[in-house]
Design a protein around this ligand. Structure first.
Ligand code: SF4
Length: 314
């Protein structure tokens, strides 16, 4: 349940890898895109039996930014300082982009409906965007800080075809009344209840910064306790990008040290090589099975009772 949005583990791509990662020409169709992805992954020495990119999809996911406006002002944010002045893209243009994504990457592509906070769009427009993605047989996910993602909206979006909802909650957001990362579990709990019982995969995103690094294991414990609803917990190490005011993170925060915090919270070792989506230095996933309230990465037949799974992305 850890995620990093870039090569933040301290190991950088080689010039040869950077060269391979250059944008390529638009593929004529989904099948060409799939084989091109396979070729790129192979060239980067990432083609293993567990590699999904180039096998199941031509791309891990596509971000569809539908507004740059946001109702929070996080101290770590990838948007630019001028984002609040950027006008929303018209709905027709978003539909054109959705069609383009489908033409490039085909059915089942994961599309993150993101921002800013996408719930700041007019409600009927947000629903129409999700419906369009679903009608195209792609998999829409809503990435939100959750403030406006009330139960009624989630119900409506699920009916329109939403597949995943990813709530961003962490200490960088300066939510009033919450002085620590662990205190924010109250907000997380409220969001879990909003989504409970809906046909949605519920995810949580956390930016790992100096101030919450030590608290990561405790929130992992929280996610394990709530794995009947929470499907994926993603941890992104702080990056000095966009309008972030925190600067560089401490050297103590690396993909490896975050992984150790996660394993401490899960009270179990986790294989982060169970499956891959793209380059292993870009993002890593680990699976935990929780049986009888106890996390494990190994299962026996007797474990099938009361089993839930939780993925970790870093
Ligand atoms: S990180 Fe997300 S929630 Fe925070 S200010 Fe930026 S867009 Fe808004």
């Amino acid at each position: 349940m850890v995620s990093s949005g870039g090569l933040s583990c301290g190991a950088h791509m080689t010039p040869h890898e950077v060269h391979l990662a250059q944008p390529t020409a638009r593929p004529p169709d989904y099948h060409h895109a799939l084989s091109a992805a396979r070729h790129r992954v192979t060239s980067a020495n990432q083609w293993t039996e567990s590699q999904l990119m180039g096998r199941r999809w031509p791309i891990g996911c596509v971000a569809l930014e539908i507004t740059q406006r946001c109702n929070l002002d996080c101290t770590a944010c990838y948007l630019s300082e001028h984002s609040e002045a950027v006008k929303d893209i018209p709905l027709e243009e978003l539909f054109r982009r959705i069609d383009l994504i489908f033409d490039h990457y085909g059915p089942n592509t994961n599309v993150q409906v993101t921002g800013g906070d996408p719930t700041l769009r007019k409600r009927d427009e947000l629903v129409a965007i999700v419906r369009r993605l679903s009608q195209k047989r792609m998999r829409p996910a809503l990435l939100t800080n959750g403030i406006r993602a009330k139960r009624e909206l989630l119900v409506e979006l699920a009916k329109a075809g939403l597949v995943d909802v990813a709530f961003h909650v962490d200490i960088t957001q300066g939510r009033k009344g919450y002085g620590s990362e662990v205190a924010l579990n109250e907000v997380r709990k409220e969001y879990i209840e909003r989504a409970r019982g809906l046909p949605l995969s519920v995810m949580f995103n956390t930016t790992v910064v100096d101030r919450n690094f030590e608290g990561i294991s405790e929130i992992v414990e929280f996610f394990v306790r709530n794995c009947d609803v929470v499907r994926l917990a993603s941890f992104q190490v702080q990056a000095d990008t966009g309008r972030t005011i925190l600067g560089r993170r401490s050297d103590a925060i690396t993909i490896l040290s975050v992984q150790e915090q996660i394993e401490k919270g899960a009270r179990s070792s986790i294989s982060f090589d169970t499956f891959r989506v793209g380059h292993s230095r870009c993002n890593r996933y680990g699976m935990i099975f929780v049986t009888n309230n106890k996390p494990t990465t190994r299962l026996t037949i007797g474990d099938c009772w009361r089993r839930s799974s939780l993925a970790c992305h870093c």
